[in-house]
Ligand binder design. Structure first.
Ligand code: PGA
Length: 251
């Protein structure tokens, strides 16, 4: 079985470069577990050229543009991310839809460009409703439009119930069973878009209020291949504990 993938989504944190460097180094020093768990830290753009990824801890961005270069004020291209040492990029996060009106068509273009530049894509599929339905179907269908099933060796899907994100007002935490149901629903859609084999093999991880206490439930009962961690990844000790708990017991 593939090792679990634990991804930190720092979002728009921390404020200083000094703190970002300190947290990154702390995580590197305390997680010599590369053979047991894959660790990625997705930091704000400005910190990326400074943070030094290792065998153990890889570097990711939280967005990218769909062109390589040109007159696109404020944008950062996938090739630029690769050049500063990024191997991963989060795309389609619900906060970008909520605050920046990002559309799934744009996410689709971004996914294609990021894969074309050699990045691994962490594609977030959110659901506003408790029971995933049409909304998820739309995001997957449009987000993956025009992609070949071979991209799944570099495409990670995140099931993110929007209501379970730690900073939303609902303050509800999904159960492992709910995560499992979301994952299964995702695979059902993937089977119709691609084929059963692709749907079964796809790497689906879970995001939304993941912490060191609930991570094992999402991995075991929830049958998730890993976790995308927001708030809890900002407290380095807690994030290190999430990683430790993800490695043990052996899966
Ligand atoms: P959270 O964020 O862990 O703070 O809920 C997850 C995410 O939005 O990626």
């Amino acid at each position: 079985m593939e090792k679990p993938l634990i991804i930190a989504n720092w979002k728009c944190n921390p404020i200083t470069l000094a703190e970002a460097k300190r947290n990154f180094e702390l995580i590197k020093e305390n997680t010599k577990t590369a053979e047991k768990v894959e660790i990625v830290i997705c930091a704000p753009f400005v910190f990326l050229p400074i943070l030094k990824p290792s065998e153990n801890v890889k570097l990711g961005a939280q967005d990218c543009f769909w062109e390589d270069r040109g007159p696109f004020t404020g944008e950062v291209s996938p090739k630029q991310l690769v050049d500063v040492g990024c191997q991963y990029v989060i795309l389609g996060h619900s906060e970008r839809r909520r605050y920046l009106a990002e559309k799934t068509e744009a996410v689709n273009q971004k996914i294609k460009a990021a894969l074309g530049a050699g990045l691994k894509v962490i594609f977030c599929v959110g659901s506003e409703t408790k029971i995933p339905g049409e909304e998820m179907e739309y995001q997957l269908t449009e987000g993956l439009k025009g992609l070949d099933k071979r991209v799944f060796d570099r495409l990670i899907l995140v099931y993110e119930p929007v209501w379970a994100i730690s900073t939303t007002k609902e303050k509800v935490i999904a159960t492992p069973k709910e995560a499992q149901e979301g994952g299964l629903y995702m695979r059902k859609i993937l089977a119709s878009l691609f084929d059963a084999e692709t749907a079964k093999a796809a790497r689906v991880i879970y995001g939304g209020s993941v912490d060191s206490k609930n991570i094992r439930g999402f991995l075991d009962e929830g049958e998730m291949a890993g976790g995308l961690v927001g708030a809890a990844s900002l407290k380095s000790e807690e994030f290190i504990d999430i990683i430790k708990n993800a490695c043990y017991p052996e899966r």
